[in-house]
Design a protein around this ligand. Structure first.
Ligand SMILES: [Zn+2]
Length: 289
């Protein structure tokens, strides 16, 4: 039984903005509506069954019997307005569900954390749009409050980011918020522990591979979908866990080493960092609003 379960490769696709417009530095985080439509048509034609991250994690607990034969999970990070105007209508046309991860501070505003990418004015979802999304079968998860790299923050500041975004979403949407996505995919064992202690049942990282039912639900792997991800690349990743969307073992080891170095750096310098002061101030001031 366990041997068979280990063979199951469950893909979690990671999208950001569904748009044809982007600055050069942000382009890798966008997929045009036309390419997105091709991806969804492929999933539809090949009888993939979509589920939310929380539905997947429940299946992990209950075992393989609860998992449809061709399962796929679509996720969307950050909470751009084009999720409502572009992604949601396309998902609904194809009868697909998804999990949307929202950085709560920017709801109703613009993507101010993307200044360096020249994208600080990208419109974000409003609370009204989020309320409609959350009643349409789409899961709303949290993606921190101010979108900082959590592995570089003091644990108390990271906890505020993780807890406050959950509480805000739950209060405004009147729903439990059970899934979290680490901003930039960065986390440490301590950050993972805080997410678990805060009442989430899952968390998504990046990792560029697929998941088995035995993987850690607080470190789920995702495949980053790029603007030039064609249907062939998508099909290869879904059916074989190989191809350009999947990181080689060497690349995965390098990424793991990089994260370990960041963890040491974060522990040594985290408490003194300007990121901490900025994030802490922003979380505190938003409590006052
Ligand atoms: Zn993000």
């Amino acid at each position: 039984m366990i041997k068979h379960m280990e063979k199951q490769n469950i893909p979690i696709l990671m999208y950001h903005s569904i748009s044809s417009h982007a600055s050069p530095k942000f382009r890798s985080c966008t997929v045009s509506p036309e390419v997105f439509e091709k991806h969804l048509s492929y999933l539809d034609r090949h009888h993939y069954t979509s589920m939310t991250v929380t539905q997947f994690v429940r299946a992990m607990v209950q075992g393989q019997a609860k998992l449809p034969p061709r399962s796929v999970i679509l996720t969307f990070d950050d909470g751009y307005e084009d999720f409502y105007t572009r992604a949601l209508p396309a998902l609904q046309r194809h009868g697909l569900v998804a999990t949307l991860y929202v950085a709560t501070m920017f709801i109703g505003g613009t993507s101010r954390w993307l200044q360096r990418e020249g994208e600080s004015m990208r419109p974000m979802l409003t609370w009204d749009q989020l309320a409609k999304i959350s009643t349409s079968g789409i899961e709303c998860g949290a993606h921190s409050h101010t979108h900082p790299p959590l592995d570089m923050l003091a644990p108390s500041v990271a906890r505020s980011e993780i807890v406050h975004s959950k509480e805000l979403l739950e209060e405004r949407l009147s729903q439990h918020v059970l899934s979290f996505a680490y901003p930039f995919g960065y986390y440490t064992p301590r950050v993972r522990q805080i997410v678990q202690e805060s009442g989430y049942t899952s968390a998504c990282a990046i990792k560029l591979t697929t998941n088995s039912l035995l993987d850690d639900p607080y470190a789920l792997a995702r495949l980053a979908i790029k603007p030039d991800t064609d249907v062939h690349d998508l099909a290869t990743a879904l059916s074989t866990d190989c191809g350009p969307l999947v990181a080689s073992p060497v690349k995965r080891t390098r990424a793991h080493v990089r994260q370990c170095i960041r963890n040491v750096y974060g522990k040594l310098w985290g408490n003194r960092s300007t990121i901490n002061k900025k994030a802490s101030k922003e979380v505190r001031s938003s409590y006052a609003n």
